[in-house]
Design a protein around this ligand. Structure first.
Ligand code: ADP
Length: 438
């Protein structure tokens, strides 16, 4: 259905309205015509209600979106030019047609310059001219409305975007701040852990050293009970030292204090030594340790101690988490001058949901107070960091209740960075100093 167009006539002269209505009635456009007499006499109406709604000019301008305004050039208080200016100051974009009496050129120029859309001479007010002008004005008004609507929508979305941007910026700032705080806390935590374990390690080495000294056959005669007690001191001291070393190593890695000291060595020898060190633990549980070394060439260039540490961590976990069966160590050649070391066990296995987090520091699958297996939860985190520093990767495959395979891939040869080692007092050094003291 055709849209009804709203027309406002602003004139005090009844003839204007009559004339316009007469022509409007012949135009094939559905029109609704309202009329007001003047801008300064807005309450009065020039026409009976039946001929059009009586609106104040203010209402007419603000509440009803007119499609076209017909303005008498000579209004009682103001002239058309002042009214147009006022309309424009209200940002009213409705097309305005000014009705003039004659065809004064000066008037016409002024009217158009003031912002009126068109003018029409009352004497020329015929159907064809009016219909043509009205259609043009309606089209222009529609286009203006669309532009205004689009501009408003754009403004609204701009405001929304700028609000969201502000919120995002505030959130980003907050996240950055929290990130900085977390970094600071984590750094403090590692420094604290490092300092504490370092402080504890020296007396612990002394305990171990003295215990070893007491156990020397030709040092002192101990009763069987005393020997047993000293052996327990020694074993517990060694265990505690191992835990302290783990914490210290971890804090070093966290602070970026540890770099590699590569050297040429025989990997098969290193594996044998490492296994020899953990064999007693496996023997206690009657677990066999099998080695499948498929390497043709066992020489590697890497940090021997750090590689030993990775192997020790994986092997001692395999033993710790296996109650029966065997541990298998497989070493194989990989393309691209790489090596693969796999530690396989027939132990308790790890649930799929826990596999991702076991490499995180302090993560233990069983974290309850009544947990069965001891440890710091740092062994895998350390192994993971060391493997990464060596430009390798560590992966795990596991089946709950069936066992796990930890697989490390490393380049046979790593590049040699400047080394920076942790100051360490070994038990032997302590024994040595003790001897001097005694
Ligand atoms: P820790 O052994 O000191 O608890 P780790 O970082 O070495 O810490 O290991 C983290 C956790 O991963 C262990 O607590 C255990 O839950 C799981 N895990 C590691 N190795 C094995 C394994 N071979 N079999 C089963 N679970 C393992």
């Amino acid at each position: 259905m055709e849209e009804t167009r709203k027309i406002l006539v602003v004139s005090r002269e009844k003839e204007d309205y009559g004339l316009l209505c007469k022509v409007f009635s012949q135009i094939d456009i559905s029109l609704e015509v309202s009329a007001v007499d003047d801008i300064d006499d807005e309450k009065s109406a020039i026409l009976p209600k039946s001929h059009g709604a009586m609106l104040s000019l203010d209402d007419a301008w603000h509440s009803t979106p007119y499609d076209c305004i017909f303005l008498n050039h000579h209004l009682p208080q103001d002239n058309a030019l002042t009214t147009i200016e006022k309309l424009q100051s209200f940002a009213i974009k409705t097309p305005i047609i000014v009705m003039i009496d004659g065809n004064n050129k000066q008037d016409v120029t002024q009217i158009i310059a003031s912002g009126a859309t068109e003018y029409i001479s009352k004497s020329d007010l015929c159907l064809t001219t009016l219909a043509k002008i009205l259609r043009l004005c309606i089209r222009l008004g529609d286009a203006e409305k669309k532009v205004a609507q689009t501009t408003q929508k754009l403004q609204e979305s701009n405001e929304l975007i700028s609000c969201q941007n502000q919120e995002l910026a505030a959130q980003k700032e907050l996240i950055q701040l929290q990130h900085l705080k977390l970094l600071e806390v984590s750094q403090l935590q590692s420094q604290f852990l490092g300092a504490i374990s370092h402080e504890l390690r020296t007396p612990m080495n002394a305990v171990i050293g003295f215990a070893q000294l007491l156990l020397r056959p030709n040092f002192h005669q101990l009763t069987l009970q005393q020997k047993d007690m000293v052996e327990r001191i020694l074993n517990n001291g060694k265990h505690l030292l191992m835990l302290l070393n783990e914490v210290l190593e971890f804090s070093g890695l966290e602070n970026g204090d540890i770099t590699l000291k590569p050297e040429l060595f025989d990997l098969s020898q290193l594996i044998k030594t490492t296994i020899a060190q953990v064999r007693s633990l496996a023997d206690e549980k009657q677990l066999s340790i099998v080695i499948h070394n498929q390497l043709q060439n066992n020489v590697v260039f890497n940090d021997k101690n750090k590689m030993k540490q990775i192997l020790t961590n994986l092997l001692s976990n395999a033993i710790k988490f296996t109650e029966s069966g065997s541990i298998c160590l497989e070493i194989a050649e990989l393309p691209g001058n790489k090596l693969a070391i796999a530690v396989q066990d027939t132990g308790i296995g790890i649930a799929t949901g826990d596999l991702e987090r076991i490499f995180e520091p302090f993560c233990q699958v069983d974290q309850g107070n009544s947990r069965k297996y001891s440890g710091t939860g740092l062994g895998l985190a350390i192994a993971h960091s060391l493997v990464q520093i060596m430009c390798g990767k560590i992966t795990v495959n596991s089946q709950l209740g069936e066992g796990s395979v930890f697989r490390v891939e490393l380049p046979r040869q790593i590049s040699s960075p400047i080394s920076q080692q942790i100051k360490e007092v070994s038990p032997t050094q302590v024994v040595h100093s003790c001897r001097k003291l005694l």
